[in-house]
Design a protein around this ligand. Structure first.
Ligand code: EPU
Length: 412
């Protein structure tokens, strides 16, 4: 078993460079199969989620050349066949093969995806979208078969502005998606498809309009910086940074976070593609409510909660996206925090001193939360189940140690 051993209390200073966006890339790799020629994607983070998607592409017979943060995909050799349960379940984003295989071959067989257990996470809206385009969906337990003689454009209204459903339906080529999610990752995928020759307008607004085209060519594309990684390190900088620079970011993508950091009293200096953050003398309490973009991201709720444990007075967290995204709270309390959870709301009373102990990364962002807590805790924290963290944060140990942290990845 791999664990992280973190000695807390080390001030962080220097520069952390943010990698390419996980949630963008995990859609871009499956989307590559829509092209009729070679696709090159650069700024791909080296994380286990992108490895798992490459494994699916390889299984399907696509050509893949990976050289660090650059991946070249030749989809022309791909044979459409059922994606086995073992690899479908390695991550959530395997569901993007539904949209892309359906869009290209009008047929897809795969299993319900895996990913973080942060709620029920159904895929009914994805399937409803495919059905509106003329596909039939059948399932036997977790195995899904989606088939269409022909796909036709359709106007689709999403009951919930789902990131996954918006992208998946875009891959299968709807005509109009209303109540679309507006996350930057959706814009990045639309830009990628447009680079191939697609005609997609409105990505980033709640109405995406797609004009059908007969073929898509190979292209070159760059992944946007990971706004959640940027946000995680900004929170860590606010907790224990001294002029910690978070570089290679798009500041507008994390505005909901930086405005909260300023509100609690953190010193934030914003540049064109970076920010510099330092720990203040004291933190004011606040309330955060998770929302779709541009609201406060659910993916930063867990790391931000560590900051709230250091605020003077009562703070609140309202989670509105995933019903089971408070699994980090018992571990923060074990470290000395004072947090009460009722339904999807948490009340954090602070400030509290955190003490190192053994904790678990129950999911990816809970893992980031544990790292943030361990960095400010007194003594040594051991984090188990860190496979979750490695799925989404490229070189997290190296990046943090370079700016002064004391973290060791151990095999026990
Ligand atoms: N939902 C449905 N039916 C559906 C689809 C979604 O009821 O068919 C519900 C979900 O259960 C949830 C809400 O709609 O309550 C929003 O879910 P959404 O579909 O937007 O989330 P997702 O596509 O499963 C992506 C990211 C998550 C991120 C969310 C919200 C990927 C691979 N995952 O998930 O990222 O939290 O959007 O921004 O892009 C993470 O990186 O740690 C992570 C969990």
């Amino acid at each position: 078993m791999k664990v992280l051993e973190i000695t807390g209390g080390k001030e962080l200073t220097g520069t952390i460079r943010v990698s390419g966006s996980k949630n963008s890339c995990v859609a871009l790799i499956p989307a590559a199969i829509l092209a009729d020629g070679n696709v090159t994607i650069c700024n791909v983070p080296e994380i286990t989620d992108t490895d798992a998607l490459s494994e699916i592409l390889e299984y399907l017979g696509a050509g893949i050349k990976r050289d660090k943060e650059r991946i070249e995909i030749d989809p022309t050799t791909l044979k459409n066949k059922a994606i086995p349960e073992r690899i479908s379940k390695k991550l959530r984003a395997s569901y993007y093969f539904m949209g892309s295989l359906l869009g290209k071959y009008k047929h897809v067989e795969m299993y319900f995806p895996g990913g973080c257990s942060i709620g029920e996470r159904p895929i009914n809206l994805h399937l409803k979208g495919f059905e509106s385009l003329g596909a039939t969906v059948s399932n036997d337990g977790d195995k899904f078969v989606v088939d269409a003689k022909e796909l036709h454009g359709a106007n689709i209204y999403l009951d919930i502005a789902s990131v996954g459903a918006t992208i998946n339906i875009m891959l299968a080529a709807a005509r109009v998606i209303d109540n679309a999610a507006q996350e930057p990752e959706i814009v990045n995928v639309a830009t990628f498809l447009n680079n191939m020759g697609a005609k997609i307008r409105g990505a980033g607004t709640n109405r995406v309009v797609i004009e059908g085209v007969d073929e898509l060519s190979g292209c070159f594309h760059e992944v946007i910086p990971d706004r959640i990684e940027a946000g995680t390190y900004s929170i860590i900088g606010a907790l224990i940074g001294n002029n910690l620079k978070i570089d290679n970011i798009i500041p507008e993508h994390i505005e909901s976070l930086t405005s909260k950091l300023l509100e609690v009293g953190v010193d934030v200096e914003l540049g064109d593609d970076y920010l510099v953050v330092s720990k203040p003398k004291k933190f004011r309490p606040t309330k955060i409510k998770t929302l779709g973009y541009p609201g406060f991201p659910t993916d930063l709720q867990q790391p931000f909660t560590v900051l709230l444990t250091q605020c003077e007075g009562k703070s609140k967290v309202v989670e509105t996206i995933f019903e089971n995204r408070f699994m980090h709270i018992p571990y923060l309390n074990k470290m000395g925090a004072n947090i009460q959870v009722e339904n999807m709301e948490a009340t954090v009373s602070g400030p509290t001193e955190l003490k190192g102990c053994e904790v678990e990364a129950t999911d990816l962002r809970a893992g980031a939360c544990m790292v943030a807590a361990a960095l400010i805790a007194d003594g040594v924290t051991v984090i188990t189940n860190i496979e979750h963290i490695l799925r989404g944060y490229e070189d997290i140990v190296e990046k943090l140690n370079k700016v002064g942290a004391k973290i060791t990845l151990k095999e026990i």
